[in-house]
Design a protein around this ligand. Structure first.
Ligand code: NAD
Length: 697
C-alpha cells in the first residue's frame, strides 16, 4: 500500500496538450498543436515554481498571438505547466519603489494592448485553470472566451490587499461577465472563489476533473461549450442610477473594513465602476490611470512591502520538511488545534492528553473546522480526520518525527512530561514546546538531547493566525532550527525565528500597549475612546477589544511574567482587573471581560468622545519602543522579522508595514523626541530604548 502522506503530497499529472520534439521557441511558454489543430499555449515561467505575469511573459504571449494570427488553429488553450496552479498574478516586485505614475501607466497600456489582442481572436479561446488563478492570472482567463476549471481550482482578485485594484482590464471584464455587484464585492474584499461558486456565478463555464480536460477542450473548439452570458437583471444593475446607489452603499460598507483615510484602493475601485461601469473602453482607460496612481501611493508601497515580508518569512523555511509524523501532548485549546491543522496539511498525527475528554473535544472541533475550510470536499475532510488519531496512551511518541508539547504553562509540569517522553522518542526526533512565556533554557534543563529541543509558539486560533515564532536557545542545533522552520512553512504558516527571551517578540511588544490602555481606563477614559484612538492609527481592533479577544487571564499571566523576568517600567495592573479574572470574566470566551460580548462581538456604547491627540502615541509608541529594544537585545537581529511578527501575530496596521518601518517613515529622531516628551508627561515607561541608536546607525 502506498504511504498516505506521500500520496497526499505527490504532484498531479497535468494534461498539457501534445509534446513537441522541436526545441522551444519561447523562454516561458510552450506552443504546440493537437490532432484537432487546437493550439496549446502552456505557461511554465522559467526558473520559478509559480507563474507570475511580468513584462517578458506578456511580450512572449504577444509573439504567440503573432504566430496564431498568421497560421490560424481551430482553437487556443491557455493553461499552466506548473503543478500548483494557473497564474498567481502580476509579479509585484516590479512595482517596488515605483514613484512615477506616468511610467506605470505607459507600461499598463502596453500590457492592455496584448490582452485585448487575445480577447479579439476570432477562434474559440479557452483558459484551463487548475489550482489558483489570481489577479493578473484571472484577468488573462477573463480575456478568453471560455473558462474550464479543473476540480479544486480557485479564483480571486487579491489586489486590494496590496493597496491596488485589478489593472489589466479585470474591472471591466469581471463586472461585464457576471452580476456586477457580486464582481465588485469579490474585488473589494479579495475573497477567494471556489469552483462550485465560480460555476454558479458564471465565472467559469464548466468544471471537470483533470482527466476530462482534453475532451472539454475539444468540445470547446467544436463550439459545443456555451460561454456564460450575463443576464438582463445583471445589466440593469449597471444602469446609471442603480450604479450610483450601489456605489454609495459599497463606500459605506468599505469604511467599516478598510477606512478610506488609510486604504485608498477600494474607494478608487468604487469610483471607477461608478463613473465608467458599462462603458468598457472608458473603464479600461481609467483603470490604467487609477492603477498607476495607486501603485505609487504610500499605502500600496507599504502593503506590497508586507507581501514581501510574508515571502521573506516563507523563504526562511523553504527547505522541504522531512517531518511526516507528529505527536501532540495536551489536547486543550492549543494542542487540539495544532494537531487538527497538522492533519489537515497532510501529516500523520497522534494526539495525547491525561484525560480522554479533551481529546474527544479536540477531534470534534477538528471535524467542525474541516467542514468550514474544505469547501465541500468531503473526501479531504474524511482523509484529514483519518490522519488525526486519538492517543491517550501515547503510543505515537515512538514513531513521531516531531513531538509538540502543549500542556499547561507550568515549568515543572512541562519538565516532568519531557522526562517521560524523551526516552521513548526516536533519537532523531525533535521535541518542541508551545510555551508562550517560559524561557527555553529553563525547560531544557535535564534533557538528554537539549540540542533537539525547540520552541514552536503558535498563536490562537491556529487555523487563522499565520505566524509561528520558532524559538531558539543557546544549545539548539542548527539543523533542528532549520527543520523546525521548514515544518512551519510546510504547514503554510510563517516562521519567525526568535531567540528565547521573555514573551519572545509578539507578547513582549503587545503588553505595554495593552497595559497603557488599562492605565487610560484608570484615568477615567472611556474604553470605546481608547479603542478608537488605536483604530485611528490603523489597528484593526483597539487594545481593549484585543485584550478581551486574547483572554484577560492570558494577558494578565503574560504581564506578570514579564514584570517578574524583566527590569521594566510598566503601568500597574489594577486590582479590579485581577478580580475580574478571578470572577471568570475573561473576555470573549466567557461572554464578558472588559466589554460584554454577544454573538462574538463586543457591545460598545455609542457616542464615545474623540480621542485626545496624545492617545494614539501613548498607546502605539511604547509598543514600537519595545520593538527597538528587542532588536538591541538580539531577540531578533532583523527588523523585518520583528515587523512581520507584529503584523502577522498581532495585526499591527498592515498599511504601515510594521512598527519599525513606521518609525523610520515617521522619522527616527522625531519618534525619539516624542517618546522623551511623553516620558516627561507620563513617566519612565516612555524612556526611549537604546535600540533607537542602532536603528539610526
Ligand atoms: P489548555 O489548558 O487549554 O490545555 C492544556 C491541556 O493539557 C489540557 O487538555 C490538559 O488536560 C492537558 N494536560 C495537563 N497535564 C498533562 C500531562 N501531564 N500530559 C498531557 N496533557 C496534559 O491550555 P492551552 O491554552 O492549550 O495552552 C497550552 C500551552 O500553549 C501553554 O504552554 C500556553 O502557554 C501555550 N499557548 C497558549 C495560547 C492560548 O491562547 N491559549 C497561545 C499560545 C500558546
Amino acid at each position: 500500500m502506498s504511504d498516505p502522506v506521500l500520496t497526499f503530497l505527490a504532484p498531479r499529472v497535468l494534461d498539457l496538450g501534445p509534446t513537441s520534439a522541436t526545441p522551444p521557441d519561447y523562454v516561458h511558454w510552450r506552443l504546440t498543436r493537437d490532432r484537432e489543430n487546437v493550439a496549446w499555449a502552456v505557461l511554465d515561467k522559467a526558473g520559478v515554481s509559480a507563474n507570475t505575469l511580468s513584462e517578458d511573459v506578456l511580450l512572449e504571449l504577444d509573439k504567440i498571438l503573432d504566430r496564431l494570427e498568421v497560421d490560424r488553429p481551430r482553437g487556443l488553450v491557455i493553461r499552466s505547466g506548473k503543478p500548483a496552479g494557473f497564474i498567481a498574478g502580476a509579479d509585484v516586485r516590479q512595482f517596488v519603489g515605483a514613484a512615477d505614475p506616468q511610467a506605470i501607466e505607459t507600461q499598463m497600456a502596453k500590457a492592455h494592448a496584448i490582452i485585448d489582442r487575445l480577447e479579439r481572436l476570432t477562434i474559440p479561446t479557452v483558459a484551463v485553470v487548475h489550482g489558483y488563478a489570481l489577479g493578473g492570472g484571472l484577468e488573462i482567463a477573463l480575456a478568453c472566451h471560455l473558462r474550464i476549471a479543473v476540480e479544486g481550482a480557485s479564483f480571486g482578485f487579491p489586489e486590494v490587499q496590496l493597496g491596488l485594484h485589478p489593472g489589466l482590464g479585470g474591472v471591466a471584464r469581471f463586472t461585464n461577465l457576471i452580476d456586477p455587484l457580486q464582481a465588485m464585492s469579490f474585488m473589494l474584499t479579495g475573497k477567494t472563489i471556489h469552483t462550485a461558486q465560480a460555476k454558479a456565478l458564471g465565472l467559469v463555464d464548466v468544471v471537470v476533473p483533470e482527466r476530462h480536460v482534453r475532451s472539454a477542450v475539444a468540445a470547446a473548439a467544436r463550439g459545443e461549450l456555451r460561454a456564460h452570458e450575463p443576464g438582463f437583471i445583471d445589466r440593469l444593475k449597471e444602469a446609471g442610477p442603480a450604479r450610483r446607489l450601489a456605489a454609495a452603499r459599497m463606500r459605506q460598507e468599505a469604511e467599516g473594513q478598510a477606512p478610506s483615510a488609510h486604504y485608498p484602493a477600494p474607494y478608487a475601485l468604487i469610483d471607477l465602476w461608478e463613473q465608467y461601469g458599462g462603458d468598457d473602453a472608458a473603464l479600461k482607460l481609467a483603470e490604467q490611470a487609477s492603477f498607476a496612481k495607486l501603485v505609487v501611493s504610500e499605502a500600496a508601497q507599504n502593503l506590497i512591502g508586507v507581501f514581501l515580508l510574508r515571502e521573506k518569512l516563507r523563504g526562511l523555511g523553504s527547505a522541504e520538511s522531512q517531518i511526516k509524523r507528529v505527536h501532540v501532548v495536551g489536547a486543550g485549546a492549543m494542542g487540539g488545534d495544532i494537531a487538527a491543522w497538522c492533519a489537515w496539511k497532510g501529516l500523520q498525527v497522534t494526539l495525547g492528553d491525561v484525560k480522554a475528554e479533551p481529546i474527544a473535544g479536540a477531534i470534534k472541533r477538528a471535524a467542525e473546522l474541516y467542514g468550514k475550510i474544505s469547501h465541500g470536499d468531503r473526501l479531504a475532510e474524511r482523509d484529514a480526520l483519518d490522519r488525526l488519531t486519538p492517543d491517550l496512551k501515547g503510543d505515537g511518541v515512538r514513531h513521531a518525527d516531531l513531538v509538540i508539547e502543549a500542556a499547561p504553562e507550568k515549568t515543572d509540569l512541562k519538565k516532568s512530561i519531557y522526562a517521560g517522553l524523551e526516552p521513548q522518542m526516536k533519537p532523531s526526533a525533535i521535541l518542541a514546546t508551545n510555551t508562550s512565556s517560559i524561557r527555553l533554557e529553563m525547560l531544557s534543563e535535564g534533557l538528554a538531547r537539549p540540542e533537539r529541543f525547540v520552541g514552536l509558539h503558535f498563536f490562537n486560533p491556529v487555523s487563522r493566525m499565520q505566524l509561528v515564532e520558532v524559538v531558539s536557545h543557546e544549545g539548539l542545533a542548527g539543523d533542528v532550527a532549520d527543520a523546525a522552520r521548514a515544518f512551519v512553512a510546510g504547514l503554510e504558516r510563517l516562521p519567525a525565528p526568535v531567540r528565547s527571551a521573555p514573551g519572545f517578540i509578539v507578547n513582549r511588544a503587545l503588553t505595554p500597549y495593552l497595559l497603557e490602555a488599562v492605565a487610560m481606563i484608570e484615568e477615567g477614559i472611556a474604553k470605546e475612546t481608547i479603542d478608537q484612538a488605536a483604530e485611528d492609527f490603523g489597528m484593526p481592533v483597539g487594545p481593549i477589544e484585543l485584550a478581551d479577544q486574547v483572554g484577560l487571564d492570558i494577558c494578565l499571566a503574560v504581564a506578570d511574567m514579564l514584570k517578574r523576568e524583566l527590569d521594566w517600567d510598566m503601568p500597574e495592573t489594577p486590582d479590579w482587573l485581577r478580580q475580574k479574572v478571578e470572577a471568570g470574566k475573561l473576555g470573549r470566551k466567557s461572554g464578558e471581560g472588559l466589554y460584554v460580548w454577544r454573538d462574538g462581538k463586543a457591545i460598545k456604547a455609542g457616542g464615545a468622545s474623540d480621542p485626545d491627540p496624545d492617545m494614539g502615541d501613548r498607546l502605539v509608541l511604547p509598543m514600537i519602543n519595545t520593538c527597538a529594544e528587542l532588536l538591541a537585545q538580539g531577540v531578533s537581529d532583523d527588523p523585518d522579522v520583528i515587523d512581520a511578527a507584529m503584523i502577522f501575530g498581532a495585526g499591527f496596521a498592515p498599511f504601515r508595514r510594521g512598527p519599525l518601518h513606521y518609525a523610520k517613515q515617521r522619522g527616527l529622531a522625531q519618534v525619539r523626541e516624542r517618546l522623551e516628551a511623553l516620558e516627561v508627561k507620563f513617566g519612565r515607561r516612555f524612556r526611549p530604548s537604546d535600540g533607537w541608536s542602532r536603528l539610526e546607525a
